[in-house]
Design a protein around this ligand. Structure first.
Ligand SMILES: Cc1ncc(C[n+]2csc(CCOP(=O)(O)OP(=O)(O)O)c2C)c(N)n1
Ligand code: SF4
Ligand SMILES: [Mg+2]
Length: 352
């Protein structure tokens, strides 16, 4: 006989209807030592605010651990625990399971407590990918894994990660006379990959803190839906991307407007684009990628040819991928024909 899974209720965190409706309380406060203009610190602040006080936060090693818990001080107001660099997934499952057992045994009051584990791109997309993948197969636990992506191993001095964009100058890929472009790999698609391969994962989203309200509402949605959920945020990093900190917000916007960073969410398998990405899908023109690239010192060595190559790759994401910017699979001719036939059959059946 099949055993029913017990799933604890979640908090109902309704979407904020506007900035004036956002709670004033802060759960990630002053006292941290992140760089001026650090977008990942803003992600932490907005994430904690969106989740509210009944939340446990777990953080993998990286800038958002080291700079936020220095010399016996911390900016976290909610309970917080450090976990090993590649362990965000296992920390999330372990904590959600631990809380569930404590409640079942009446050791703590039964109430919905948010569990959020965060990791950087190095910790999440490289080292901890298997731990996140395993975590997303546990439907009986409620947790959110948030990967803040500053596109390098920033804390240890900007080494190249699997999320570093093509051609960027990092300490592992400095442009030189012999080879101008050392890093020739294209960035992975974490959100699309995790959604496509994890049917038990209830909610996946990409976010950008330049669109703070939309970002906070995606976090609230993930925590309300419950089960295993995943959010990927793209975070401009003045140190690693090499720009004046005042430009963080603009760069976050340009990433979306150029189509480099599409905003979408996938709820129970249904994908929707949102924000400015939605208007791009509906016909708004994407800005040229040069506007995004040339503001950053990490691309200062790019020639016209490099910019053109980058643009072509982004165009490919939009024009050929099965789901633009999300799922890097093209449909073969057979499938296109099959879908066209299926559409005709549906239209014919509806006409009768
Ligand atoms: C297993 C292990 N290897 C290496 C390190 C050293 N280390 C600490 S933070 C870090 C960079 C992590 O990069 P990322 O996850 O992208 O976070 P970021 O520093 O960019 O915020 C590294 C390599 C470590 N702490 N543990
Ligand atoms: S190196 Fe980048 S991610 Fe790290 S604290 Fe500085 S701005 Fe933030
Ligand atoms: Mg990083």
């Amino acid at each position: 006989m099949a055993t029913e899974l017990t799933v604890l209720p979640t908090q109902t965190l309704d979407p904020y209807k506007g900035v004036k409706k956002i709670d004033l309380e802060e759960y990630f406060t002053s006292g941290h030592r992140t760089c001026q203009g650090c977008e990942s610190a803003l992600v932490m602040k907005l994430m904690a605010k969106a989740a509210g006080p009944r939340t446990v936060i777990l953080g993998a090693t990286g800038c958002m651990y080291v700079a936020n818990t220095t010399y016996y001080s911390t900016s976290w107001v909610v309970p917080w625990m450090h976990t090993q660099l590649g362990a965000a997934g296992s920390a999330a499952v372990g904590t959600a399971a631990g809380l569930k057992v404590l409640m079942r045994k009446n050791r703590i009051k039964e109430e919905p407590i948010n569990v959020i584990a965060f990791c950087g791109d190095g910790g999440g997309a490289d080292m901890g990918l298997s731990s996140i993948s395993a975590a997303l197969t546990y439907p009986e636990y409620n947790f959110l894994i948030l990967m803040y992506d500053n596109e390098s191993y920033a804390n240890t001095d900007i080494q190249l990660s699997g999320m570093t964009p093509y051609g960027a100058n990092t300490t592992f890929s400095p442009p030189g006379k012999a080879r101008r472009i050392l890093h020739k790999r294209w960035k992975k698609n974490m959100a699309g990959m995790l959604a496509a391969g994890h049917p038990e994962c209830r909610y996946v989203a990409t976010v950008d803190a330049s669109y703070a309200l939309e970002m906070m509402n995606r976090i609230r949605k993930a925590l309300t839906i419950g089960g295993p959920t995943f959010i990927h945020s793209l975070d401009p990093c003045p140190k690693g991307w090499d720009y004046d900190p005042i430009q963080s917000h603009t760069l976050g916007e340009l990433a979306v407007e150029t189509g480099v960073w599409p905003l979408f969410d996938i709820e129970d398998g249904v994908l929707k684009f949102y924000g400015k990405t939605k208007s791009i899908v509906q016909g708004r023109k994407r800005k040229p990628v040069r506007e995004y690239l040339l503001r950053q010192g990490r691309f200062a060595h790019f020639t016209e040819e490099d910019i053109e190559y980058f643009q072509k790759k982004v165009d490919l994401m939009w024009n050929r991928w099965l789901i633009p910017g999300a799922v890097c699979v093209e449909m073969g001719d057979d499938i296109r024909k099959h879908l066209a036939r299926a559409e005709q059959e549906v239209a014919a059946a509806e006409a009768n």
